[in-house]
Write a new protein. Structure first.
Length: 372
């Protein structure tokens, strides 16, 4: 049995994938969903606060609009399907939770809502208030307005970011597979389930397949690993468990069968938000000496920077990259892109002459940076 139990979390995020909610023909699996609603009700009555991240809007809308390829033939089809399906999805959740004596609330968010600090804090406040009132927020990406360039792209990572915003302690991704396996269980039936992951490294990432078993959703195991990185980096334990059973939360709590990604030591809320960011306005490449300084807790100085790319202003989120292209940190730039580029590789005493004004002490200050 795994060490993590969803009943131990005061606040839990449950993500439900499209393939669990909707059949290939576009019908809702109401009977199964009713068992999940019963699980949520039981936990809520016991004092736990639960929010749901629910996929399914595009799949539902595509059936109603008779769109090809499940509504994913084009961005316009996906947006139309989402707009049509979301109202049906919300109604289903409201009915099933209402039958259990619970009030549901709908929250539709875009990537920008959680990447912009002020909007993130607003979403966080709304989630906190709803949960404190005993309401079950049902959250989805607002696919009716999202574009290919500005979207989460999957609800696994959205669930991890929602966990941060809601100050949750746990996330459960209910999936069409039981967890992370050493190899794809569809092609390797004897593959072993990895029950516990202490650290997400190259070996763990190599086990992830980019495809979902159903072909219906937008996520796969790779997206779940990405979600686990975001969650555990913010001090949130994340579990992957099968949704192909009735009462899936109770089943996971009893059997422990799944994969649990153990939370790292919790960062401050601000640094957790920085580390979990999915977009950056630009990049600052640095040398090995600068990376060593960052790891020792120092700010990023211009002398250690080698290349600046992108268009950003002071205060924008930037990625700090190693010589091999790995993102080693994220932070808020103290300069715009042009000034940062002009200071690359230059010593601090030369900055005033280059800029023509009194410079700031660092390109990215340690107080506004999160190591990855």
């Amino acid at each position: 049995m795994t060490a993590f139990s969803p009943t131990t979390c005061p606040r839990l995020i449950v993500k439900v994938g499209s393939s669990l909610l909707v059949t290939p023909s576009g019908d809702v699996r109401r009977d199964w969903l009713a068992t999940l609603a019963a699980d949520i009700a039981a936990r809520t009555k016991a004092g736990q606060q639960i929010a749901v991240v629910s996929s399914g809007a595009i799949a539902l809308g595509a059936r109603r609009l008779k769109l090809p390829k499940g509504g994913r033939a084009s961005l316009e089809d996906a947006q139309a399907a989402a707009a049509t399906g979301q109202i049906a999805l919300s109604q289903i959740w409201a009915e099933l939770l209402g039958a259990e004596g619970l009030t549901a609330a709908q929250m539709l968010v875009t990537l920008d809502d959680l990447e912009d600090r002020r909007r993130y804090l607003n979403a966080s406040a709304t989630l906190g208030r709803l949960l404190s009132l005993g309401v079950v927020p049902v959250i989805n990406e607002n696919d009716s307005v999202a574009t290919e360039e500005i979207r989460f792209g999957d609800n696994d990572r959205l669930a991890a970011r929602i966990a941060q915003a809601a100050a949750a302690q746990g996330v459960i991704l209910l999936s069409d597979v039981a967890g992370l396996f050493e190899a794809n269980p569809l092609t390797h039936p004897d593959a072993c389930l990895i029950e516990r992951v202490e650290r997400i490294d190259a070996r763990i990432e190599a086990m992830a397949s980019g495809d979902s078993a159903s072909g219906m959703g937008s996520g796969g195991m790779a997206s779940k690993i990405a979600a686990a990185r975001i969650a555990t980096g913010a001090g949130v334990t994340l579990a992957i468990a099968s949704g192909h059973v009735d009462h899936p939360l109770a089943a996971f709590d009893t059997s422990g069968r799944g994969t649990v990604f153990i939370a790292e030591r919790s960062a401050t809320a601000r640094k957790a938000w920085l580390a979990g960011g999915l977009t950056a306005k630009g990049e600052i490449s640095v040398d090995a000496g600068a990376i060593a300084a960052l790891k020792s807790g120092k700010s990023l100085l211009a002398a250690g920077a080698t290349i600046v790319t992108g268009t950003f202003m002071r205060g924008d989120l930037v990625a700090i990259t190693a010589p091999d292209g790995r993102v080693v940190a994220r932070g808020l730039s103290e300069y715009d892109a042009a000034d940062a580029a002009s200071l690359c590789g230059k010593r601090s005493e030369d900055h005033a002459a280059i800029l023509g004004h009194e410079p700031r002490g660092a390109l990215v200050h340690r107080n506004h940076m999160a190591l990855l």
